[in-house]
Write a protein that binds this ligand. Structure first.
Ligand code: HSC
Ligand code: NAD
Length: 727
């Protein structure tokens, strides 16, 4: 747990040992404290070095133990950090790999800190719904000042050693032999006065406008937090460092930590942390899994189509140091695509420069633009991102099948289309897979990986490994229209539009959803994505447009309720932001400020009058429940169909692809939190009121879980009927 050894005559080395990341479990903390006490009591020891096994200092407190933590517990870690600082002998932290959260707090208790050039430090607690609770909120501001401490503690961002040195978090960077160098330093400084090295004894560096800095920071984090409590509590703790003596500041930190720990948000965010790691360990019903399938190396990739998605995908691949061939259909589109990719790469390079990273990873020399499919002969993997048109996609895959080398992986970025139908036109359907990126593709962390009927385990492993290489989170799902994310989005958007028919304004629906924590409500989201996208899809399905059978009632399709509202908007050229008008009015085409539109209010009133709909007041609760529970209901059906293999998969997709607020843990976690009987009863109520909306009728799987007494979320999939498997 923590190994104690002597290095030379006078230095004791304490090595934290808890694979894989040296998390500070109570056993590790206890062993660390014993080591420090032992060194203190041994007169032959003149100095101490603390380091971590396996090239990592420590990733902080053991998150798995938080659920069993009693709110009244006094963190033993904080006491150990104080113990280190109080030591009569100099203690040097030798930081390799990571010193995060409690790991950094241990390092701040030390009198000196040396880090390897590749090491990262930070306080990511805020992302887990808590705050640094082993005196970190009191020591860091004393060491690096309030503005920098506010930034690190409220964002949770990791900083590389170079930036940490600049900020004053560490004293020295080394390129190799970190522990040896720390031992040398420890020997050198032994006997020197320690007072000036004890951070808790330092005052917080004073600034004339301290009050203003703190209040501006509070306004900023509140605006961004969308209901998350931890960033605001971090500021309160930092404020305590400014206003109170160290010991009282520590008391305040503990009080805030206890509050956050009991808030429910911490539980949701920690669930999300482990869910993200769980989805990486995919398994198929056949038993094949990440353990047995091996990914193939991808050195050279191609992207077909450089529109909204293709340009972001190219940027991601170049950033990951791959050779990339970017292909378009004509010179004009190729030039537009080249310009867009170049500017995205420049933007990425400037971001990297700011954070002290090497910019050569955005090297455009690795990129070839072409109109010639022949340039794809030697690529290891192709990602097709042309228009959402099955005939076109098939034509492209037919071509790829003859041109690419036989072992090349063929991926489609389709948002909803059938992977099997696309794969069927190739001679290697087992090498075809869906890789559904999210817009903007160089920013969004999610990659929905869709397995077709014939897709091989190697192809899956390669696509999942590609996600990791691109610094994204890959989630493996089954093949159905819309897969997981867009399939669940459909009933959510449908409810939002029905609510407009019944009496709401777009901004009322958006405000309710944004109040829940979403970055954007459904109407702002639709305007951003472009209303024409859905219109084209509905025309393709014969729900509107020339394929619609004459005499079809305006608000009904096959006995189901249908709203032609979005079709009418598209007929008026109101395609959303790009047209300067959609559900909202924008300052200009491409404008971003959504303003309520009086034209739309009139239009809605006339529409209701035409169709004999009496507008009614719909409260926030009904807006939220109808939108969110329709989405969650589809999630239960997706689990029953085995399109997603666990609720965690759905939750990760929604957090990283659709802006579901992390502090609500994802839609399925949210359902488990509010209680399955509650979700069921509300769906029953709404479906009775709207019997013509099938998506409000509770999923049989949700009913089954309720009948079984609402087992905990981790047990849900064990109740799925196996023969219905589509995975
Ligand atoms: C904290 O430190 C609070 C303090 O202020 C003290 C509070 C006082 C009260 C304490 C009372 C107890 N714990 O990500 P990977 C697992 S809060 C437990 O795949 P990578 C992870 O689940 C903590 N487990 O690897 C996975 O397990 P699996 C603040 C942890 O190389 C395995 O390690 N620290 C863990 O891609 C590998 O992880 C953080 O938030 C932890 N702290 O990334 C850091 N950290 O194999 C969180 C990881 O079973 N960790 N695991 O699936 C990370 O950001 C990333 O894991 C790293 C490594 C960047 C460390
Ligand atoms: P887009 O219209 O912006 O771009 C498509 C590009 O494909 C155009 O530049 C076009 O010139 C090019 N193209 C068309 N035919 C081609 C051919 N034969 N050869 C080479 N290039 C050709 O479309 P988009 O929004 O980037 O969508 C692309 C795909 O990604 C679609 O399947 C879409 O459903 C999916 N998708 C889109 C989003 C989104 O938010 N836009 C999100 C996820 C997935």
């Amino acid at each position: 747990m923590a190994q104690y050894r002597r290095a030379g005559a006078a230095v004791a080395v304490i090595r934290l040992h808890n694979a894989p990341v040296n998390a500070l479990s109570s056993a590790v903390v206890q062993a660390l404290a014993q080591g420090v006490k032992k060194a203190d009591l041994d007169p032959s020891v003149k100095a101490v070095v603390i380091c971590g096994a396996n090239g990592k200092f420590s990733a902080g407190a053991d998150i798995r133990t938080f659920s069993s933590l009693q709110p009244r517990d006094r963190p033993a870690l904080a006491e150990t950090v104080s113990l280190i600082e109080r030591s009569q002998k100099p203690v040097v932290a030798a930081i390799e790999g990571v010193a995060l959260g409690g790991g950094l707090e241990v390092a701040l208790g030390c009198h000196y800190r040396i880090a390897h050039a590749q090491a990262r430090v930070g306080f990511p607690e805020v992302l887990l719904g808590i705050l640094p609770a082993a005196e970190g909120t009191q020591r860091l501001p004393r060491l690096i000042g309030i503005p920098a401490a506010l930034d690190l503690i409220t964002t949770g961002r990791h900083v590389l050693a170079a930036e940490a040195l600049k900020l004053g978090i560490i004293d020295e960077i080394v390129k190799e032999n970190t522990v040896e160098r720390a031992i040398e330093l420890a020997s050198k400084v032994s006997g020197q006065p320690l007072g000036p090295r004890k951070i808790s004894l330092k005052p917080v560096p004073d600034l004339p406008d301290m009050e203003a800095i703190l209040s501006e920071a509070l306004v900023k984090v509140k605006r961004k937090a969308r209901g998350r409590l931890s960033p605001e509590m971090c500021i309160q703790a930092i404020k305590a460092a400014v206003q109170l003596p160290f010991a009282e500041g520590v008391e305040k930190e503990r009080e805030l930590f206890r509050f956050l720990l009991g808030s429910g948000q911490a539980k949701a965010q920690q669930y999300a942390f482990f869910a993200e790691r769980a989805v990486e360990k995919w398994t198929m019903p056949s038993g094949t899994s990440w353990k047995t399938a091996s990914a193939q190396p991808i050195r050279k990739a191609a992207v077909i189509g450089l529109g909204t998605m293709g340009r972001g995908i190219v940027t991601s691949l170049v950033k990951a140091k791959m050779l990339v061939v970017a292909l378009e259909q004509d010179q004009k589109q190729l030039d537009i695509g080249r310009e867009a990719v170049t500017s995205l790469l420049q933007w990425e390079a400037s971001k990297m420069q700011q954070s002290g990273q090497s910019q050569d990873i955005c090297d455009p020399a690795r990129l070839q633009f072409t109109l010639d499919f022949g340039a794809l002969r030697d690529v290891d993997l192709v990602i097709e991102a042309v228009f959402e048109d099955m005939a076109l996609k098939k034509e492209i895959f037919r071509k790829l099948s003859t041109i690419c080398k036989p072992e090349a992986f063929l991926c489609t970025n389709t948002s909803a289309l059938d992977i099997d139908e696309i794969a069927a036109v190739t001679s290697h359907p087992h090498q075809v897979i869906g890789t559904h990126f999210f817009s903007p593709a160089h920013v969004m962390k999610l990659l929905e990986v869709i397995r077709g009927h014939h897709t091989s385990p190697t192809t899956i492993a390669t696509a999942m490994s590609l996600a990791k290489t691109l610094n994204k989170v890959g989630v493996l799902v089954g093949n159905c229209f819309g897969f997981v994310g867009n399939r669940m989005m459909a009933p959510y958007v449908e409810q939002a539009i029905f609510l407009l028919e019944e009496g709401c304004k777009p901004e009322e629906v958006d405000q309710a959803v944004e109040g829940f924590g979403f970055h954007m409500g459904p109407f702002r989201m639709l305007d951003l994505a472009g209303l024409d996208v859905g219109w084209r899809s509905r025309k393709g399905q014969g729900l509107t447009g020339p394929k619609l059978a004459p005499g079809t009632p305006a608000r009904q399709r096959e006995s189901r309720r249908y709203s032609p509202l979005p079709d009418f908007l598209c007929e008026q050229g109101r395609y959303g932001q790009k047209a300067g008008k959609g559900w909202y009015l924008y300052e200009k085409p491409g404008g971003r400020t959504a303003n309520p539109d009086p034209w739309l209010y009139n239009f809605l009133s006339e529409y209701r009058e035409t169709h004999g709909i009496k507008a009614r007041f719909v409260d926030q609760e009904e807006i939220l429940e109808r939108c969110l529970y329709a989405l969650i209901n589809e999630g239960f059906q997706i689990l029953a169909d085995r399109i997603a293999s666990a609720p965690e998969d759905i939750d990760v997709i929604y957090i990283y692809g659709y802006g579901w607020p992390t502090h609500r843990g994802g839609p399925m976690f949210h359902a488990s939190t509010v209680g399955l009987p509650h979700v069921l009863s509300r769906l029953q109520k709404y479906s009775e009121a709207h019997p013509d909306i099938p998506k409000l009728q509770p999923s049989p799987f949700l009913k089954k879980l309720v009948a079984l007494g609402s087992p905990p979320l981790r047990e849900w999939v064990s109740h799925v009927r196996q023969p219905s498997s589509k995975l």
